[in-house]
Design a protein. Structure first.
Lengths: 301, 449
């Protein structure tokens, strides 16, 4: 008796699942083709070693992974984006948060204008943005050179070895602060008006309202923006790759993990090792993003 | 009468098609087999037959004359269609070419390949050895240095298109202004660099932020042979006499901060060439065309003189230059070879010269119309006299690495650090060598270094 009920229930659930598959099917097909298949292929590639000139393809098991984990170039690149992540991401998110709060405060004249202006850099194609900043940074003929002339020094060298990472961070902040501001701003717009009314009745001032109402409401958005920014930092590629023509000795072929993977494949034809680097980096990114998400949502509870 | 001619044409076409089918079949088996050369996959007759039979080929190139050449070729041979593709300049082009070779399809029939990149494509067997079409008979038509440059491992993988024997381009206005004599030796060049920079701290004798092509050419001129390849065996010695001779001179400039760090081919560079910031350029003979097009402000100021040397005796090296090669993937290698022959041995040279190119063909290098042509940009100087003379003084015995493109790509990681810290270039060259030895061994070579 109880067994047949369980069976019926299970059968019912199965039928439900079947219907679900029909709806999910098209998505799954595309997902498998464009996401799972390339990852599978990359994992497959990472288990071999192909010699571009003589000799052929050899199965090497996990050799590529042990090599990657001991590769000083990879860790140098990883260390660089890690520093970038720790410094640039908080800075950018705080700036974006301040801008969002300011625009949402309703005390700003022409808030719509500011919203557009701060967001505008995001609409500039990344390559164009970097080229533009490249001209500004030029210490022979660019704005940096003019400033040096004006001040009578040669101290401003945005493209030199010690300045390069902050220079890139500046470009990335300029590009993405507006984007993150928009995420925060839209989250603020969903806060129900009653909460503000209640806060006002309780006698909360502007800053108290921000702390007690707005920031808790923003928590989800902050977690999302942080995860996006972590992924973006680890995938840093466009900016250093384009600036490389202006500072070829400062920006090495392994300046960031993504540049390293790219140059391994397309300059050195080391496709297998390149795939390994990409996978290792992907796993590290996924772990860090997951930890951030876990912490973010736990605190939300 | 009319019908007779038509029948004859048909017979010829039929014979040619048969020949073609045979060639294609051989080509097919060739590309799957790993051995190169040896097999007679074609003959000199097959090239003419293929040209008569016609067909379609694809050509990848970024030379300025490519479009005009293809148009002229198609006009002369209406039954041949050439699909011209500009697949990018330099590395972009090679990346696409390498990917197509790796994928096994999608490569063009004919591709432009720079001399420095030729071994990288020829040695793994991606190119057709043109000896089988009897192209070795054209040897006397080309300068010895370019003829050597289209060979790799005993095979002939193209006909030379242009050449870049190096000369010293200098801004006469700057030299006159500071009363500096035009240097004939590298010691005089270093002295000139000191004098100029002392007189005007914003002016530099030249720019060099580290450029692999320039470094290898300078080592070449100094008599160095850092790269030797014999089949699988590669020897790398970037500390040989020639390399050390060059660093002995160039260290003085780099360590003394006497060279500008403006990277070549940037907007800043073109501007600096025009306004006197950069006073000289030791570079290839193709430079006049570039300057006329991109450094308008320098018109009338610049002149050309032979390269400074170590002992005052004339000696120079090649810098840059390309050939056109036939890919193994080509379904019609005989027709592709015919196109290459036309481009660089026949009528194709004319549109090339018209576009301002510097030829590799001895006939054109001796032609008074070319040699004695005064150049308005260079203040009426007959620059080609200097440049064609340089073509005859290229130091012999040079060869590039079989993975020169990779080597160039990591130059900034290694030698670039010496430039960045203005320190001994030998340290950087040693680091470059170590990285190249490691890479070569990984890729199946036996590298000593």
């Amino acid at each position: 008796m109880s067994a047949s009920v369980a069976l019926r229930r299970r059968r019912g659930r199965f039928r439900q699942d079947g219907k679900g598959w029909v709806f999910v099917g098209p998505f799954l097909a595309v997902f498998a083709l464009t996401f799972l298949a390339p990852i599978g292929y990359a994992i497959y590639l990472s288990l071999f070693r192909d010699q571009a000139f003589f000799g052929g393809t050899v199965f090497v098991g996990l050799d590529n992974y042990t090599e990657a984990l001991r590769d000083p170039k990879f860790w140098e690149a990883f260390g660089r984006v890690a520093v970038f992540l720790v410094v640039q991401v908080p800075l950018m998110l705080v700036l974006a948060l301040l801008a969002a709060l300011a625009i949402d405060s309703a005390r700003l004249h022409a808030a719509g204008f500011f919203r557009i202006v701060i967001f505008l850099p995001y609409a500039v194609p990344g390559v164009v943005a970097v080229l533009m900043w490249g001209y500004i940074y030029g210490d022979n003929f660019g704005l940096a050179a003019d400033l040096n002339d004006l001040l009578g020094t040669t101290a401003i060298q945005p493209l030199s070895g010690s300045w390069m990472l902050p220079s890139i961070a500046n470009i990335v902040t300029w590009e993405f602060a507006g984007y993150n501001m928009l995420i925060f701003y839209s989250a603020l717009r969903t806060v129900p008006g009653e909460l503000y009314e209640a806060a006002a009745i309780d006698g909360a001032g502007t800053f108290r309202t921000i702390r007690a109402v707005k920031l808790p409401a923003l928590r989800g958005a902050i977690v999302i923006a942080t995860i996006f920014s972590i992924i973006g930092s680890f995938q840093l590629f466009n900016e250093p790759n384009i600036l490389r023509t202006l500072a070829p000795n400062v920006i090495t072929t392994y300046y960031t993990p993504n540049m390293y993977a790219y140059n391994l494949s397309f300059a050195g034809q080391q496709f297998n090792y390149s795939a390994t680097i990409a996978i290792v980096m992907g796993v590290i990114t996924a772990i860090i993003a997951y930890v951030v998400q876990l912490r973010g949502s736990r605190e939300a509870l | 009468m009319k019908s007779y001619r038509r029948i004859r044409r048909l017979v010829v076409a039929g014979a040619a098609l048969t020949a073609l089918a045979v060639v294609a079949a051989c080509g097919g088996s060739n590309s799957t087999g790993s051995s190169s050369g040896g097999q007679a996959a074609g003959s000199p007759e097959a090239v003419d037959a293929a040209l008569k039979a016609g067909g379609t080929i694809t050509y990848w190139s970024w030379t300025p004359s490519a479009e005009a050449q293809v148009a002229a070729f198609e006009k002369q041979y209406p039954n041949v269609t050439v699909n011209y593709v500009n697949a990018g300049t330099g590395n972009d082009h090679y990346t696409k070419l390498q990917n197509a070779i790796k994928a096994g399809s999608g490569a063009p029939d004919v591709a432009q390949i720079e001399y420095q990149a030729l071994p990288q494509f020829a040695l793994p067997g991606s190119l057709v050895d043109l000896n089988q079409y009897g192209f070795s008979q054209y040897e006397s038509a080309y300068t010895p240095s370019t003829w050597a440059a289209v060979h790799a491992g005993g095979g002939l993988y193209g006909l030379p298109q242009d050449s870049g024997p190096m000369a010293l381009f200098y801004n006469k206005e700057v030299f006159d202004k500071y009363g500096i004599a035009v240097p004939k030796t590298w010691d005089e060049y270093v002295a000139a660099a000191r004098k100029l920079h002392a007189a005007n701290p914003k002016a530099y004798i030249t720019n060099d932020s580290g450029d692999a092509g320039f470094t290898t050419s300078m080592i070449w001129q100094a008599g160095g042979t850092p790269f030797k390849t014999d089949g699988k065996n590669v020897t790398i010695n970037l500390q040989d006499d020639g390399s050390k001779k060059w660093t002995g001179t160039w260290n003085q400039l780099v360590e003394g901060g006497l060279v500008s760090n403006i990277p070549g081919w940037t907007d800043e560079w073109f501007k600096a060439l025009g306004d006197g910031t950069i006073a000289t350029l030791p570079t290839g003979a193709w430079m006049p065309g570039v300057m006329e097009a991109s450094v308008k402000a320098g018109a009338g100021k610049w002149r050309v003189t032979p390269m400074p040397t170590y002992d005052g005796q004339p000696a120079t090296a090649e810098n840059g230059g390309s050939t056109q090669s036939v890919l193994k993937q080509s379904a019609n290698p005989a027709l592709a070879a015919a196109f290459v022959r036309w481009l660089n041995h026949d009528e194709g040279v004319k549109p090339f010269l018209a576009s301002g190119g510097f030829p590799a063909t001895t006939k054109d290098l001796k032609d008074p119309a070319f040699v004695d042509k005064p150049s308005a940009y260079f203040g009426g100087q007959k620059v080609n006299q200097v440049l064609t003379d340089a073509a005859g003084h290229v130091v012999k015995g040079w060869s590039y690495l079989p993975y020169e493109l990779y080597a160039n790509s990591i130059y900034g990681d290694t030698v670039g650090k010496s430039y960045q810290s203005k320190s001994d270039l030998n340290t950087g060259l040693q680091a470059w060598q170590d990285a190249l030895v490691a890479y070569g061994n990984q890729q199946g070579f036996q590298v000593n270094g």
